[in-house]
Design a protein around this ligand. Structure first.
Ligand SMILES: O=P([O-])([O-])O[C@@H]1[C@H](O)[C@H](O)[C@@H](O)[C@H](O)[C@H]1O
Ligand SMILES: [Mg+2]
Ligand SMILES: [Mg+2]
Length: 267
């Protein structure tokens, strides 16, 4: 049983995971806690804002459509890093973003074990536990620490795409490649300046919606892995401390073969 106690100044709760089930692959896990946290968040928000829409990871896994419209929409990942949660690897987050007209208005990432609350509101900066965040400003790709994710896919094409992208970056060379096991917290490292860039192919909108605005408000840039404009639903992202670094990663990382059958965001 996974079991994590989360404490903040205001509340303390125990995350218990009694049952672990597989979703799309042997490394894509869900627990009762993922489902309960999502239900709790959606019902609390719905009570206050009955007209609002939701895109929640576990609701989508249960069959709901992934549809981002112009209506006010909450994008929720109840536990980002479920594999970490199950194994007690101490990086686990709750990620919540709010969009209107498909534009993100604010994002919150709570890294539970670290008790770090990241948040950003459009035009109002990004904060970690109330203190302003700023990206590193690094412009030289060779001096970068780059964060990425191994992902949950275990088929040959996905694995060779993922490993060859990491090899190409290491050959540049970059100074380090890291993976914490939660896309939301990974991406927040760019906002803190602790990492200079993050890229991911195959994640979903709920993994990165909140951390995208946190990086942008911390002065970072966000783009597609092919260098084009970022689209939250495309399942590809580069977040970086500068355009120079983001473009440097876009030149190296390849997604096409892998994303052939990915289409758009779906569970
Ligand atoms: O399933 P989940 O734990 O919410 O989210 C996963 C985490 O962000 C992981 O770091 C990433 O590699 C996977 O692609 C995501 O699916
Ligand atoms: Mg996730
Ligand atoms: Mg999740």
């Amino acid at each position: 049983n996974a079991h994590i106690i989360c404490r903040t100044r205001d509340f303390c709760f125990v995350l218990n995971s009694k049952e672990v089930r597989l979703k799309s692959s042997p490394a894509d896990l869900v627990t009762e806690t993922d489902q309960q946290v999502e239900k709790m968040l959606i019902s609390a928000i719905r009570r206050k804002y009955p007209q609002h829409r939701f895109i929640g990871e576990e609701s989508v896994a249960a069959g709901e459509a992934v549809e981002l419209t112009d209506s006010p929409t909450w994008i929720i990942d109840p536990i980002d890093g479920t594999v970490n949660f199950v194994h007690r690897f101490p990086f686990v987050a709750v990620s919540i973003a709010f969009t209107v007209n498909k534009q993100t208005e604010f994002g919150i990432v709570y890294s539970c074990v670290e008790d770090k609350l990241f948040h950003a509101q459009r035009g109002r900066g990004a904060y970690l536990n109330g203190k302003p965040l700023c990206v590193s400003g690094q412009t030289d790709i060779h001096r970068c620490v780059v964060v990425t994710e191994i992902g949950a896919e275990r088929d040959d094409l996905a694995l060779s795409t993922m490993t060859s992208n990491i090899c190409r970056l290491l050959r540049l060379p970059v100074q380090g490649v890291r993976a914490l096991g939660t896309a939301a917290v990974d991406m927040c490292q760019v906002a803190t300046g602790g990492a200079d860039a993050y890229y991911h192919i195959g994640m979903h909108c709920w993994d990165i919606a909140a951390s995208t605005i946190i990086v942008l408000e911390a002065g970072g840039v966000v783009m597609d892995t092919d260098g084009s404009e970022f689209d939250m639903m495309s399942r590809k992202v580069i977040a970086a401390s500068s355009s120079a670094v983001a473009n440097g990663i876009a030149q190296v990382v390849q997604a096409d073969s892998f994303l052939g059958d990915f289409s758009r965001n779906r569970a």
